[in-house]
Design a protein around this ligand. Structure first.
Ligand SMILES: C[S@@+](CC[C@H](N)C(=O)[O-])C[C@H]1O[C@@H](n2cnc3c(N)ncnc32)[C@H](O)[C@@H]1O
Length: 278
């Protein structure tokens, strides 16, 4: 139908019709959201696809050094994390192990997670901790720098960024209020180095405001900027951000190491069916 209209209509009229169609689609989005949510809520697994239900299946693999550190910690400075986060950390962060990485964790609490990151990434890692509680200054050390401030205050991040550059990994485990999470992302995601990883934790529950916000980021990540060729210039956000990952209670954003300037879809091969020409 689209191909037919394209052939029949003058180019500019066709382009305007497509723009109008996209605007109308906007009004359908809540319906699509509701359909996806209903499908997931009423989920029925095919018998052959059922995963095993061993009692330990939700705990991370014993080969995960972060999990081993956490379970082995029976005394000393406390760490408080959801168990399934350890596989997410290891999946997105293992490539930094042993390298001179700068990690920022918002939410220090009792200091144990700062020690865990140090142990995981090694001697060349520097940790920055941020907390609203003055008592957390106690966790400063040679490879740990602590800043006291409110992550929901944009002015705090302006001051932070005037003192610290070159963050590779940011873990937001602070106040967990959606507005704090959004302010932090807007001030800090543009600051992350190429190849950097941004994790926002504890986005619990349906209709979470930060998750809705992250869906807005996805809209830009998925944007097409021209319609009639299979090669598209990237937007500034697409050139910077590689991917956005959703897990239970965690959103992860990875930045590109090398910024792409376009997305292309070339055809390779010589034999083609006649029925699809788009
Ligand atoms: C869940 S705890 C952090 C847990 C720690 N990362 C761990 O793994 O054990 C949350 C921390 O965020 C801090 N916090 C709460 N509101 C904050 C805010 N607005 N800005 C910065 N830190 C905040 C609290 O003082 C608390 O220490």
């Amino acid at each position: 139908m689209k191909a037919l209209l394209k052939r029949m209509m003058p180019r500019r009229v066709f382009a305007r019709a497509i723009r109008l169609r996209d605007r109308l689609r906007w009004f359908l989005l809540p319906l699509r959201y509701a359909r996806g949510y209903a499908f997931a809520r009423n989920w029925k697994e095919c018998a052959a696809a059922k995963p095993s239900e061993s009692p330990s299946s939700n705990t991370p693999s014993p080969e995960n050094p972060l999990w081993n550190y956490f379970t082995g910690l029976t005394e000393g400075h406390g760490i408080w994390k959801w168990e399934h986060y350890f596989d997410i950390y290891h999946r997105h962060l293992s490539r930094f192990v042993g390298s001179p990485v700068n990690l920022l964790e918002i939410g220090i609490y009792s200091g144990g997670s700062l020690n865990m990151w140090s142990s995981y990434f090694g001697d060349r890692c520097h940790i920055y901790g941020v907390d609203i509680e003055e008592a957390c200054m106690a966790y400063e050390s040679e490879n740990v720098t602590v800043f006291i401030g409110d992550q929901g205050d944009p002015g705090f991040w302006t001051r932070f960024n005037s003192e610290v550059q070159g963050i590779d990994i940011l873990i937001d485990d602070g106040g967990h209020m959606p507005n704090q999470q959004m302010v932090t992302l807007e001030k800090m995601l543009p600051q992350l180095r190429p190849g950097g990883v941004y994790l926002c934790e504890d986005v619990h529950g349906i209709h979470h405001e930060f998750v809705a916000y992250a869906n807005g980021l996805i809209a830009e990540l998925n944007k097409t900027s021209s319609r009639d060729v299979l090669g598209r210039e990237t937007t500034p956000f697409q050139s910077s951000c590689h991917s956005i990952h959703f897990y239970p209670y965690v959103v992860v954003i990875e930045k590109h190491l090398h910024a792409p300037s376009s997305f292309d879809a070339p055809k390779h091969g010589t034999q083609w069916q006649p029925f699809f020409t788009a």
